[in-house]
Design a protein around this ligand. Sequence first.
Ligand code: OXD
Ligand code: MN
Length: 585
Amino acid sequence: MTNNAKVNAWIDEMVKLLNPSEVVWITGDEDQVEELRATAVSTGEMIKLNQEKLPGCYLHRTAPNDVARVEDRTFICTKKKEDAVPMNNWMDPEEMYAKLYKLYDKSYTGKKMYVIPYMMGPVGSPFSKIGIEVTDSIYVVLNMVIMTRVGTRIIEALGTDGDFTKCLHACKDVNPDERYIVQFPEDNTIMSVNSAYGGNVLLGKKCFALRIGSYLGLKEGWMAEHMLILGLENPQGEVKYICAAFPSACGKTNLAMLIPPEAFPGYKVWTVGDDISWLNIGEDGRLWAINPESGFFGVAPGTSTKTNKNALMTTMSNTIFTNVALKDDGTVWWEGLDGDVPEHCIDWKGDEWTPDMGTKAAHPNSRFTAPAAQCPCISSEFEAAGGVPISAIIFGGRREKAAPLCYQAFDWEHGVFVGSTMASETTAAAAGTVGVVRRDPMAMRPFIGYNVGQYFQHWLDMGKKIGNQPKIFHVNWFRKDDEGHFMWPGFGDNLRVLNWIIDRCDGKVDAQETAIGYLPKPEDINVDGLDITPETLNELLSVDKDIWNNEVKSIREFYASLDTYKTIPQELYNQLDALEERLAK
Ligand code: OXD
Ligand code: MN
């Protein structure tokens, strides 16, 4: 398939290790992909859905113990421990390789070995990178075909001498006690074993595009971030691009595909990406973003015509659904989808389900894997080799109380401080307790491929190199009143806040200066057609000093917990002191 000696040597090594019955190179040709679908259906690995209503769509169920990313089983293995901890689990690479090689040993016996050459980023972009994933799972192959650019054209792009990220996956028996998701950044290598759930096994996504990507970004002077990318077009036809980092399952896909409310005629949102951005400094001194992925691996529950019509439309064909419910008519269902709750379906575990059972029909982290090109609002710049120029960066999380609806950082350095202290209530995207507040710097907590203090320093250093810096903002769509109701409608109405953000970038609107940053003046948020009282809006745009004094304490503790190797930049401690002083005034 290739005359790249490095690829061939690695594949030979893998064949010896794994002992497959056959090696199958993924060419990306439709005939081959169709044959794989048919095989997966014949073995029960996938269920063909109603092809009249959902052409090209399939359903897959994972093992009930294998439904989310497993952060406690995810490791960054670097020669020196301090290059990975304290935010990551660490093990000495030699020790980890020995452990893993034992687990992989002959694990493909009697199975085929699929070799997927793939590219993260548009073909032809100087910012794109190549990986090769070896897997024993057709489900992984079919997902990678949607989520990345795969096949012969990537082998051609790699050439005889090109470098690639080595990605090895084996389902084995999905034993959670021997499940490992391991990155070896210094060897440009990823190894995943004993899982078949998306985020753990589609190795181009979190493992490569974020963990290995962030490490490469540090070495090479760019950034890999857990950010959506959208273009906001105004009625004059001008498009401004925004990146936004929210933790997993906090609405990145929804914001990326937002449909403007009626009060904003002539506005449009164009989707460039919904999860990951790779950011490079352009010759013009601006920050330019590409989306390394070519599909959406979105959370299904809660997706409806009301919350995200564009996502729903994207999934109407050629989509793989994972762990959603199967309706009697061969279509799919999940909690929060439009229409009536079905009287009967097969739940995500494959069992009979009726509404009176009181259980969820779809797993809360059930997903759709859909081609980005099918999105009705996909940006014309989606395949642009140079990416799109970023005007604003937004950080945000789920906070019931602390964070106001929106505020702007005073400058880049303060923005890095704001990002580094981000906090959010946990969701079902990762295994573990849901709903507890945890600090999630830049929404990258599970994805930084190296030491977090160095990562903050990299953000500060990049700021110095970007001549024309994007402005940095923080948003919180999830503020609740004392009765526990959401105070802001969210979804399409978030455009009202994006519009203020772009106006700030364009210097068109004033703001109130507060201890935590610049807040919108209530009259500058267009609430036409919205059922919201002036009191609620004022409260959404207020800063509670008691809460923020507690935040200061909690951030101090957080920084201390990260600073075992004294890597947290002094600038960030200075920012914290300055915040404390402003609050005391
Ligand atoms: C994702 C995640 O799948 O962040 O995007 O978990
Ligand atoms: Mn994500």
